[in-house]
Ligand binder design. Sequence first.
Ligand code: GZL
Length: 341
Amino acid sequence: MFRKRSYSLVMTGILMGMIVLLMMFGSRLFLDIDEEPRVEEEKRIVVGVSQLGSESGWRTANTESVQNAFTTQNGYFLIFNNARQKQENQLKAIRSFISQRVDYIIFSPVVETGWETVLQEAKEAGIPVILMDRNVDVDDQSLFATCVGSDFVAEGEKAGRWLEKELRKRGYAEERVNIVMLMGTEGSSSQIGRTAGFTSVASEHESWHILDKECADFTSIKGKEVMRDFLRKYQDIDVVVSQNDDMTFGAIEAIRESGRTVGVDGDIVILSFDAVRNALEMVASGDINVDIECNPNQGEYLLRVIDMLEAGEQVERRYYVEEDIFTIENVTQELLQERTY
Ligand code: GZL
């Protein structure tokens, strides 16, 4: 009696076990046996991107633009690295892309110099390099295929020409105008270009005095620190030229803490660069007098360039993104609502 029961118990257990196994793996077992061989995934274009950091609202928008462009749906495999403002991290990332034999390397160089060796390595590996946002200072221009970004000198000149008009509008003939400049990351294309552009206009006016200019790394915290120092050193600042909106936010905080006012009806005229949405809101409220746009939406331009390279077409040395200049006159509520950054 006992033996028969244990036998039937055993058989029942084996049967139950088999049913469970079939339920768990059956579909796969049958699938593996019967499944058509996996269709070879079409070759996606592998793009290695070295982004210099995440220091500003502009940079965040620039990163989003790249990530929205190089998607699986668009036929890409994106390898993205954030260098946290360090050139050595970008060099490491680019060398890693080379060893992974990506199809294209895209990077936004944190500074203009120090790239020859790694770009030569990419060239010898036969991997085209595309510059995004900022430029590199190399003798051999064949080390990169093209650069998609802004004309920073033109941006600086736009700021200078706007100040000329503003001073004329205020009836300033040749009264002394005291200016301080908050510059971006030292040695970056945006810092070099904007400084050159603005100072070239300033040099046409004997009454314009650039009391001081200092790098504040495109960050709000450094912008506040440097502006606070300027306010301690100089009693009669008339104009602040701040090379990005994040530094402008910090500078305005420092100015207000000192008891002075900014903007259209204030003591100190504020010129800023980037034109990210929350800065344009301050243009609309009159706190920032003018914002020179620097368009971070470069993903679509980069996609187009790679399409052309894939088709064996000749690409230009540079592609400039479209940019505007904003004052209280042209920042509308519709514009603020439509703005993607
Ligand atoms: C400009 C870009 C600058 C922005 C800053 O193209 O390089 O870097 O103006 C950003 O906001 O940090």
